[in-house]
Design a protein around this ligand. Structure first.
Ligand SMILES: *[C@@H]1O[C@H](CO)[C@@H](O)[C@H](O)[C@H]1NC(C)=O
Ligand SMILES: *[C@@H]1O[C@H](CO)[C@@H](O)[C@H](O)[C@H]1NC(C)=O
Length: 405
């Protein structure tokens, strides 16, 4: 990072160059540049360093990133500083869908007033610099759909204002630090990375309304603390995360959840009767697991349930109510008198081995085995997995131009 005195020297130099080349505008520019707002001057240093770290910008988003008027740069938004309304500062960066390649330099930490950093759908690699810890006002961080890699970017754990964290569709790997679930976030998207830790026990501390962990390799039970999120959780996508074990018996406490997706995992045991208390449920996907037993009728009676997908399991019976749902998929189970079920032999050999929920080390004790029965449902998920960012409310600030004094 450059020192403030260096900054001033830089501004002085620019001023001289500018004055020499355009003498007719001297008064305006003289005032504008000899008394630079220190915030914008730091931003200038940061953005020039960033421009230098960009290796490809095929659509020319940064082609006007020169000169001191950083508020005029494409993708850079200025607003009055919260602690000094007379001073303009860089409050937002939005370079979504710019297809830019490069890295994030440490100098970006000079953007201390940044509230919003949106970088989705680019080709940035490397990681998120530690200097981001200076961004005490950062509220939304979206670096999704890039080529970032390495460990979980733990600098996000030090951002006191962060509400929206989206790092999905990158190449991050290793553990998801449990501290993420202690952050006061509204939404957390970490799907489609290469995380391999198990889900931490404190997951239920998270106050998020949307939690998307899909397409990672978490190899974990559904932590029973999940039910602590009952007051806030609205949408949870655990599709293809390597989940094992049985559902927590009291999962039905999550009565504000509208979308619950645990498809493509290794869950076993029955669907708990308590799921019939998930009164807000609209989309329920449990397909492609090893679930068994009878489908509780209370689930299919849920007033808002539109789509219940339970294909590719070993369920042995379903109430008629379920067949009346708008969208349901019961293929490839062991349900008598239904089309496209598993073979009698497959079902028989599955039911020969009772499920022991206790064997996975995540449920207190095993429930009674499901009633034996045999005779002889595919789908994917889900709403929030598209690479595009979720349209969540953004910080309201007015884009404005630098004062010309
Ligand atoms: C800012 O951009 C506008 C148009 O995009 C241009 O007319 C104006 O001269 C620019 N201001 C400066 C100081 O470069
Ligand atoms: C129902 O949910 C399944 C699984 O999430 C999904 O694949 C399917 O497209 C959904 N059906 C409709 C009509 O939205």
């Amino acid at each position: 990072m450059k020192s403030p005195s260096l900054n001033l020297a830089l501004w002085g130099m620019l001023c001289v160059i500018f004055l020499c080349s355009e003498p007719s505008q001297s008064i305006d520019i003289d005032i504008g540049l000899t008394i630079p707002n220190p915030r914008l001057s730091k931003a200038y240093t940061a953005l020039q360093a960033w421009k230098y770290a960009i290796t490809s910008d095929p659509n020319g988003f940064t082609s006007n990133w020169y000169g001191p008027d950083v508020c005029n740069y494409t993708g850079v938004y200025c607003a009055p500083a919260p602690d000094d309304p007379h001073s303009l500062t860089v409050a937002g960066i939005d370079l979504n869908h710019a297809n830019i390649a490069g890295t994030l330099p440490e100098e970006l930490g000079l953007l201390e007033d940044l509230a919003l950093f949106h970088l989705n759908s680019n080709r940035f690699c490397g990681t998120i610099p530690d200097s981001f810890r200076n961004m005490r006002l950062l509220f939304e961080l979206d670096v999704s759909t890039n080529q970032f890699s390495g460990c979980f970017p733990s600098v996000v754990l030090c951002l006191p204002s962060l509400k929206f964290l989206d790092i999905r569709f990158n190449q991050f790997e290793g553990d998801i630090p449990s501290a993420v679930f202690d952050l006061k976030l509204d939404a957390l998207f970490i799907n489609n990375n290469k995380f391999s830790s198990s889900l931490p026990k404190n997951i239920g501390n998270s106050p998020v309304s949307v939690l998307v962990l899909a397409n990672n390799n978490l190899n974990s039970c559904i932590p029973s603390s999940l039910t602590k999120m009952a007051g806030t959780l609205n949408e949870i996508i655990l599709l293809n995360t390597g989940l094992t074990g049985c559902f927590p018996q009291d999962i039905g406490l999550l009565n504000q959840v509208t979308v619950f997706d645990v498809g493509f995992n290794n869950l076993v045991g029955p669907l708990p009767e308590s799921m019939g208390n998930m009164k807000s449920l609209e989309q329920l996907n449990v397909a492609h697991n090893k679930l068994s037993g009878a489908i509780p009728e209370s689930i299919c009676r849920l007033p808002k349930l539109e789509n219940f997908t339970y294909s590719y399991n070993f369920f042995c019976s379903e109430p008629l109510t379920c067949l009346n749902l708008k969208d349901k998929d019961d293929r490839q189970n062991c349900i008598p008198n239904r089309p496209l079920q598993r073979s009698a032999m497959e079902c028989k050999s599955f039911y020969a081995h009772p499920v022991d929920c206790g064997a996975f080390g995540c449920s207190p004790r095993s429930p009674p085995p499901p009633p034996p029965s045999a005779s002889t449902a595919t789908t994917l998920s889900s709403t929030t997995l598209a690479p595009a960012p979720a349209p969540l409310p953004t910080v309201a600030f007015k884009a404005s131009k630098a004062p010309k004094a």
